[in-house]
Ligand binder design. Structure first.
Ligand SMILES: Cc1cc2nc3c(=O)[nH]c(=O)nc-3n(C[C@H](O)[C@H](O)[C@H](O)COP(=O)(O)O)c2cc1C
Length: 192
């Protein structure tokens, strides 16, 4: 890693919203000063296939500076000594949310999220399920209390989206902006 690069971890779990994960990765990969580290759950292979198509997961993985196997609990991103600017989990399933909320770090995605919480670094969870039961909500509270950010991928309409792609774009840019990687926001600002 060059001195100027900031490492960002993108965890992709098996909730609905593969297109959001792909767009977050595309935007981060397009930023010159970012080194993108990817970790993808088993279930996400299914959502990528179902929601986008057979080549989508490969496209995602190729965007990463490094793709870490979810089973590789000894990967760099499993350690707090490996400095990062933050982590986004997009989309974040209720299973992965529960693992993060309880510190049950039995795979690399959850371990990396756990590291971000313990190191007090930004952790943004695009937690996706609806409706939510009390357990989901309690897990969201627990992560919030530990310093994480729950950011469900809920569409906004004030920017007048004309397509699903517009909605995905706005959600992806808002999520990346939560990492405060630069002074200028990626998402369009509301001017009143
Ligand atoms: C097409 C599809 C869509 C899914 N959507 C969701 C979802 O929106 N939210 C969720 O919590 N789980 C969803 N699931 C279920 C998760 O994939 C499942 O709970 C899985 O065990 C999550 O594992 P992971 O957290 O390791 O990715 C979906 C599964 C499939 C196949």
């Amino acid at each position: 890693m060059s001195e100027a690069k900031k490492r960002v971890v993108l965890g992709v779990s098996g909730a609905s919203g593969a297109a959001i994960a792909l767009r977050v990765a595309e935007i981060l990969a397009g930023l010159q000063d970012i080194e993108l580290h990817l970790v993808v759950s088993e279930a996400a292979t299914c959502t990528f296939l179902h929601e986008i198509g057979p080549d989508a997961l490969d496209s995602l993985i190729h965007l990463g500076y490094q793709h870490h196997s979810i089973e590789n609990i000894g990967a760099s991103i499993a350690s707090g000594s490996f400095r990062t600017a933050g982590m986004i989990v997009a989309p974040c399933s209720m299973r992965t949310l529960a693992g993060i909320a309880t510190g049950l770090a039995d795979n690399l995605l959850i371990r990396a999220a756990d590291v971000h919480l313990k190191e007090r670094r930004p952790l943004i969870l695009l937690a996706r399920e609806t409706p939510l039961h009390l357990g989901h909500l309690r897990n969201m509270v627990a992560v919030t209390e530990m310093g994480g950010t729950i950011m469900p991928p809920v569409p906004a309409f004030y920017h007048r989206p004309e397509s699903v792609a517009d909605i995905v774009e706005h959600i992806a840019r808002r999520a990346i902006d939560m990492l405060h990687l630069s002074e200028l926001p990626l998402a369009n600002e509301w001017q009143g």
